[in-house]
Design a protein around this ligand. Structure first.
Ligand SMILES: Nc1ncnc2c1ncn2[C@@H]1O[C@H](COP(=O)(O)OP(=O)(O)OP(=O)(O)O)[C@@H](O)[C@H]1O
Length: 227
């Protein structure tokens, strides 16, 4: 089940040899269950850092992050990434090359029985339109197909929230456009709450219900996309 998300006045900083570098300050956002939002802004404005904090890879200097009723992060609380029910489709989280597409999708389902895993993998492959690709290895799939498998892998454990960081940036224009529309449809059918980070304005409009425009470490305004 997807959950609402709320970030309240979070602050994030990196330690550098020159001292503390504050990247995100007084950043707030709240999403309804099933909503798809996009963070949009110039390079270096802190988009990826916000996603990393939600996923549990960056500690908060101030503020809180809540998913449904669960406090994920505050200055006192830091739930480890594997306990957050947050799925990720990041550029750097490519498929495992030595595992088949089906084994990749099953990766986050290790606590389920074999029969449950098989059923869920089949369901997820069908959801992304690749029902017959389970036995194939990543190098036997196109870039767009690989990203659909990566999406199936991220959705398989039923995350309460999905984070997508530039998920289509390695794809050519035509594939990218097609996949953007497909992924929006898949997320909507799954009722999945999601946050997308992209540099591509057309992609932001095609994928998201709302676009949060970032400047100076916070969201300065929201744009509703016409849908
Ligand atoms: N590990 C780190 N140590 C120190 N500074 C960092 C680190 N990671 C990121 N930064 C700095 O934090 C700022 C925000 O980076 P971040 O990657 O969140 O930006 P972004 O908006 O996602 O950028 P892009 O669109 O280019 O991916 C940048 O100034 C970056 O140089």
């Amino acid at each position: 089940m997807s959950s609402p998300l709320s970030l309240e006045s979070i602050q994030l900083a990196y330690e550098t040899p020159r001292g503390l570098h504050t990247v995100v300050n007084d950043f707030s956002l709240s999403l309804r269950a099933g909503e798809i939002a996009c963070l949009f802004g110039p390079s270096g404005c802190g988009k990826t850092t916000v996603l990393r904090a939600i996923a549990g890879f960056e500690p908060l200097r101030a503020g809180t992050i809540r998913l449904g009723d669960v406090l994920l992060s505050s200055t006192q609380v830091h739930l480890p990434p594997e306990q957050r029910r947050v799925g990720m489709m990041f550029q750097e989280y490519a498929l495992f090359p030595h595992l088949s597409a089906g084994q990749n999708v099953a990766f986050g389902l290790r606590r389920s029985s074999r029969a449950q895993q098989r059923a869920r993998v089949a369901e997820m492959l069908a959801l992304v339109g690749l029902a017959d690709a389970g036995e194939r290895f990543p190098h036997e799939l196109s870039g767009g197909q690989q990203q659909r498998i990566a999406l199936a892998r991220a959705l398989a454990p039923s995350p309460a929230l999905l984070l997508l960081d530039e998920p289509f940036s390695n794809l050519d224009g035509g594939t990218r456009e097609r996949l953007t529309a497909q992924v929006r449809g898949i997320l909507q059918r799954a009722g999945q709450t999601a946050i997308l980070v992209t540099h591509n304005e057309a992609e932001a409009h095609a994928m998201a219900d709302r676009i949060g425009v970032m400047h100076g470490g916070r969201i300065t305004h929201w744009l509703d996309t016409a849908k």
